[in-house]
Write a protein that binds this ligand. Structure first.
Ligand SMILES: [Zn+2]
Length: 289
């Protein structure tokens, strides 16, 4: 599943090929994505100029000025298996190629075998795109300067759920998906089942810093795949990182050599080292574990 780093790398990969370009034609081959694609879009987007791109959480945003001067934004979510790439106009359409933005010299093509992705139009006359129902409830961006240990501590203190589950909820900070949540907790030596509200201020400082470091490293790593967005086979945008714990159950911990464990939390797999990430007990209680 594409996580925040993949979405940001997708944005960086397509941006030079879409920003400042005029859409000659928008083609819908299959409107049945997670939510139906608006069938008025081909008419609305004909001769629209994409002015710039942005990202909020795992949503890619293409800002547009339409031929009738209406200003709006396209919100693209890649779902479980969506990808974007730039192809020649003559490139053969493959199975699962659902949407095309046709420009003068090239095409932006959306491919999604499982069709959990989505495309929404937001008219900027209705307000800032960040107020769109799909974006308004999202937590702070991890690279926002306002996201720091103090912010994280303040928002985590009221949460009784396990820290791993709180991270995945995306309403405190976005972008810490299943892979990165396991990695961040390993780096901070925090057991994934630790109640969120029991984390110390110091642990929150460390987690906020590691979240930025881990996600930044993933985007950097993805930067080496940017050329794959042009005329590739459609697997562009996903990249394999080296993980300390994620998907390594039974393999030795990179820090202590003990086996990595796998547990399930809120229907998602969590990987951790039980030696490095010791369960901490509430100060007021005896050790009953
Ligand atoms: Zn270990």
């Amino acid at each position: 599943m594409p996580e925040l780093p993949e979405v940001e790398v997708s944005r960086l990969g397509i941006d030079p090929h879409v920003s400042g370009h005029t859409i000659q034609q928008f083609i819908i081959r299959n409107a049945r994505l997670r939510w139906p694609v608006d069938l008025d879009l081909p008419e609305r987007l004909s001769q629209a100029v994409i002015t710039h791109t942005a990202r909020r959480g795992k949503y890619l945003i293409l800002y547009c000025v339409c031929a009738d001067k209406t200003q709006g934004a396209l919100l693209i979510h890649l779902g479980m298996s969506g990808s974007l790439r730039i192809v020649e106009p003559s490139a053969a359409v493959q199975k699962h190629d659902h949407l095309d933005w046709v420009f003068d010299t090239h095409v932006l093509r959306y491919h999604d075998p499982r069709r959990f992705g989505s495309l929404h139009w937001h008219d900027l006359a209705d307000g800032d795109v960040l107020m769109h129902p799909r974006l308004v409830g999202l937590g702070i961006e991890p690279f926002d300067d306002a996201f720091n240990g103090a912010y994280f501590y303040k928002h985590i203190r009221t949460r009784t759920q396990a820290i791993k589950v709180a991270l995945l909820s995306g309403d405190i900070v976005v972008g810490v998906g299943n892979i990165y949540a396991s990695e961040v907790l390993f780096r901070c030596k925090i057991h994934p089942e630790t109640p969120a509200q029991s984390l110390t201020r110091k642990q929150c400082e460390q987690m906020a810093a590691q979240i930025k470091i881990v996600l930044h490293a993933a985007i950097e790593k993805g930067g080496s795949t940017l050329k794959d967005f042009v005329n590739s086979d459609g697997t562009s945008g996903y990249f394999q990182m080296h993980y300390n714990v994620y998907d390594r159950a039974g393999e030795p911990c990179t820090r202590c050599g003990h086996d990595i464990q796998r547990i399930v939390q809120a229907q998602r797999a969590t990987y951790f080292c039980a030696t490095c990430q010791k369960r901490t007990q509430p100060k007021s209680k005896k050790n009953t574990a």
